[in-house]
Design a binder for this molecule. Structure first.
Ligand code: ADP
Length: 603
C-alpha cells in the first residue's frame, strides 16, 4: 500500500508541476497530500523496524520487552509531534502557539522515553507474561500495568490532540466544508476507537495488543483519499473550464516545452494533446508558426511583461489571422518560471469586419453621390462662372487684336485672367472627381489648411445659396499624413451637415466658423455652426451607424467619418455650443510632431 502511495505521490508531483499556477487550491492540496504520503511512509518504516526488532511482538526477555516498547513509544511520540500539524495543514486551522506547545510536550516525552532506563511507559521493570491469540499464536503481553509519570502526561497530551482534531472538524463544518468534516470525524473516530481499545486492553477489559498506531495510519489513508478526491475534482473542474474557454491556451516551461494545453489549442492547431505535452512548438506545429511564437515568448520571458501581437499565417493552405498574448508567469521573487500563451483566431471576425466596412463605404459612396447631386445646381453655377468669364475674356482679347497698334500689356492681362479662371474651374472639377471616386488613394503628407480651402471652394456656391456667412481661421503648415480623398470627404460631410443644420434658422444668424489650429502635436479642425444644435445626451449617438433625423438622410456620414479618423490615428467628437448650434472637431497627429511643425511654420 505504501509503495502504491509513493508511486501515486511521484505521479501527482509531476502532474503538480504541469498545472502549477493554475490553482491556488489544487497546489496546496497536492503538497499536503505528498506530505501525508511521506509521513505514512515514515510511520511504515518505524513500524517495520519495531516489528523486525521485536520479532513480531515476541520479546524473549524482559529487556527485549522494554526495548520493544521504547521503540514503539518513539514512533508514537513522532506521530503525535506531527499529527496536530497534519490536521492544521488539512483544515487550515493553525493556532500556532498551541501547536508549538503540543509539539514541545511530545518532544519532552520522546526525550524522556529515550533517556529513562525503562522508557516513558514503565515506572519499574515489568514482568514478562504471555497470552495466546484467538488463532493460537503466543505473544508477549504488552500492557502497561505500572505506568510512569511521562505515560500519564502522554495520555493527557493525546486528549489535547484529539480536542484539537474535534475543534478543527467543527471549523470545517462552520465553513461549509461538509466532506472534509466528515473525513476528519471519521478519521478521528477510528483513531479514538483504537485509543479506547488500547485503554480497555490496559485495564484488562480487552485482552489484546496495543494498536493505536494502526488507527493513525488508517486516518492518514482516509485523509489522503479525501485530498486525492478533492484534487481530482479540482483538476477536472479546471480542465473543463480551460476546455470550455473559446480561446486556445498553452503553458510552456522556459525551454519552450508544452506543460499544459486546452481543447481550444488542440482544435486551433489540429494537434493531439498527447503529441504536445513535453514537446516544443518546433516538434509539433508548422515551423513558421513555431518560429514566430517563439520570438514573442522569448521577448515575454526576457522582459517579464506580456506581449500582444497579430500574426497572419498560412497553414494547411488557409490564411489565418491570430491575435496572440504571451505573458510570463512569475515566482514571488519576480523570476519567470513559465510562459503562458493565449491565441485567438480572428480570421472570421476580420472577414466580417472587412465585409461590413466595404458595405459602409459603398453606402457612403451612394450618400456622397446623393449629396453631390443635391449641390449640383450650385456646382454648375460655380463652374459656369469661370467658363463664362473665360469666354468674355477670350472675346475681349480677339477684339484687342484688331486694334492697331496691339496693346500687348492688355492682352497679357486678359490671358492671365483666362489662366486664373481655368484653374478655378479645374480645382472644382478635380475636387468633385476626387470625392466621387471609389478607389482608395494612398496616404501622403497633406496640408490640412489647403485641403479645407479646396473643399470650401467646391462648396462656395452652396454656402451662398444657404445665405451663410463663412469665416476661416486656418493656421499655415498643418501637415498630416492622410488619405486626401478621405479627408475631403470628412470635411465635406461635416460642412454639409452644418449648412443643413442652419437651413431652418433666420438668415441673419447663419454663421459658419472653420478653424484649423496646432495643438499638442496635433492638428485640430473645428467646424462651428449656429444651427439647431445637438442635445447633450445625443452627442455620442450622432456617430452611430444609421442614426439620422433627416427625412432623406442615411445616417452613415458621421459613422464613416469616425472610422476614417480611427484609421488615421485621429479622433472626432461633437460639442453643443453654449449659445446656439453645434461644433464638430477632429484632430490628427502632425507629421514630425508639434516642434517640427512649429519650426516650419515660423521659418
Ligand atoms: P445624415 O446627414 O445622413 O443624417 P450623418 O451621420 O452625417 O447622417 O448625421 C447624423 C445625424 O447627426 C444627423 O441626422 C443630424 O441629426 C445630426 N447632426 C449631424 N451634424 C449636425 C449638426 N452640425 N448640427 C445638428 N445636428 C447634426
Amino acid at each position: 500500500m505504501l509503495l502504491g502511495l509513493f508511486v501515486k505521490l511521484i505521479g501527482l508531483q509531476t502532474e503538480a508541476r504541469r498545472i502549477h499556477t493554475m490553482s491556488t487550491i489544487l497546489i496546496p492540496s497536492l503538497y499536503a497530500m505528498s506530505g501525508v504520503c511521506a509521513f505514512a511512509a515514515l510511520c511504515g518504516v518505524v513500524m517495520a523496524y519495531i516489528l523486525v526488532r521485536a520479532g513480531a511482538y515476541q520479546a524473549p526477555t524482559v529487556e527485549a520487552l522494554v526495548a520493544l516498547r521504547k521503540w514503539e513509544a518513539t514512533g508514537v511520540c513522532l506521530i503525535y509531534i506531527l499529527f496536530p500539524w497534519f490536521i492544521a495543514g488539512f483544515t487550515g486551522v493553525r493556532p500556532r502557539r498551541f501547536l508549538i506547545a503540543l509539539s514541545v510536550v511530545w518532544g519532552l516525552i520522546l526525550a524522556t522515553n529515550l533517556t529513562l532506563p525503562y522508557g516513558a511507559q514503565f515506572a519499574e521493570l515489568p514482568t514478562l507474561t504471555y497470552f495466546d491469540l484467538p488463532w493460537g499464536e503466543r505473544v508477549v503481553d504488552l500492557r502497561v500495568f505500572h505506568p510512569s509519570l511521562a505515560h500519564k502526561i502522554a495520555l493527557l497530551a493525546i486528549v489535547a490532540v484529539m480536542a484539537f482534531g474535534v475543534y478543527a472538524g467543527f471549523d470545517q463544518y462552520r465553513r461549509g466544508l461538509k466532506m472534509r468534516t466528515l473525513v476528519l470525524a471519521w478519521a478521528l473516530g477510528i483513531f479514538f476507537t483504537f485509543i479506547l481499545f488500547n485503554w480497555a486492553a490496559n485495564w484488562r477489559i480487552i485482552e489484546f495488543i496495543h494498536l493505536s498506531e494502526f488507527g493513525f495510519l488508517a486516518m492518514l489513508v482516509m485523509m489522503d483519499l479525501e485530498i486525492m478526491r478533492e484534487s481530482r475534482n479540482d483538476k477536472r473542474r479546471m480542465r473543463d473550464l480551460l476546455d470550455q474557454l473559446p480561446v486556445a491556451i498553452c503553458l510552456k516551461d522556459l525551454r519552450g516545452r508544452f506543460q499544459l494545453t486546452n481543447q481550444g489549442f488542440e482544435t486551433l492547431f489540429q494537434v493531439e494533446q498527447e503529441n504536445l505535452l513535453g514537446k516544443t512548438a518546433f516538434d509539433t506545429l508548422p515551423q513558421e508558426l513555431a518560429q514566430r511564437f517563439s520570438i514573442d515568448e522569448k521577448q515575454a520571458i526576457e522582459s517579464g511583461k506580456g506581449i500582444e501581437r497579430e500574426h497572419v499565417l498560412e497553414w494547411n493552405g488557409v490564411p489565418h489571422i491570430h491575435e496572440t498574448h504571451q505573458f510570463p508567469l512569475l515566482r514571488p521573487d519576480g523570476t519567470v518560471y513559465a510562459v503562458c500563451g493565449v491565441y485567438v483566431d480572428i480570421t472570421e471576425s476580420r472577414q466580417k469586419d472587412a465585409a461590413l466596412n466595404k458595405f459602409r463605404r459603398q453606402l457612403w459612396h451612394s450618400d456622397r453621390v446623393a449629396s453631390t447631386g443635391a449641390i449640383s445646381a450650385s456646382l454648375a453655377h460655380e463652374i459656369c462662372q469661370p467658363l463664362a468669364a473665360m469666354l468674355n475674356n477670350a472675346q475681349a482679347g480677339l477684339r484687342f487684336l484688331n486694334h492697331d497698334p496691339v496693346d500687348l500689356a492688355e492682352i497679357r492681362e486678359i490671358f492671365q485672367d483666362i489662366v486664373r479662371d481655368d484653374k478655378r474651374a479645374g480645382t472644382i472639377i478635380n475636387g468633385l472627381r476626387a470625392m466621387l471616386q471609389q478607389q482608395e488613394t494612398p496616404f501622403t503628407d497633406l496640408d490640412l489648411g489647403q485641403c479645407l480651402e479646396e473643399v470650401l471652394t467646391l462648396l462656395h456656391g452652396e454656402v451662398i445659396l444657404h445665405g451663410v456667412d463663412v469665416e476661416h481661421r486656418l493656421e499655415a503648415n498643418l501637415t498630416v499624413r492622410a488619405n486626401k480623398t478621405q479627408m475631403q470627404q470628412v470635411i465635406l460631410n461635416l460642412t454639409i451637415n452644418a449648412l443643413e443644420a442652419m437651413a431652418d434658422q433666420p438668415q441673419e444668424g447663419r454663421r459658419l466658423l472653420i478653424c484649423a489650429v496646432r495643438e499638442e502635436g496635433k492638428a485640430q479642425v473645428s467646424i462651428r455652426d449656429s444651427g439647431i444644435g445637438i442635445a447633450q445626451d445625443m452627442l455620442e449617438r450622432v456617430f452611430e451607424g444609421f442614426y439620422t433625423t433627416k427625412p432623406q438622410g442615411l445616417g452613415v456620414g458621421l459613422d464613416v467619418c469616425r472610422s476614417i479618423m480611427e484609421s488615421h490615428r485621429g479622433a472626432i467628437w461633437a460639442e453643443a455650443n453654449p449659445d446656439r448650434g453645434a461644433t464638430f472637431h477632429f484632430s490628427l497627429p502632425l507629421v514630425g510632431g508639434d516642434a517640427a511643425q512649429g519650426k516650419t511654420a515660423s521659418a
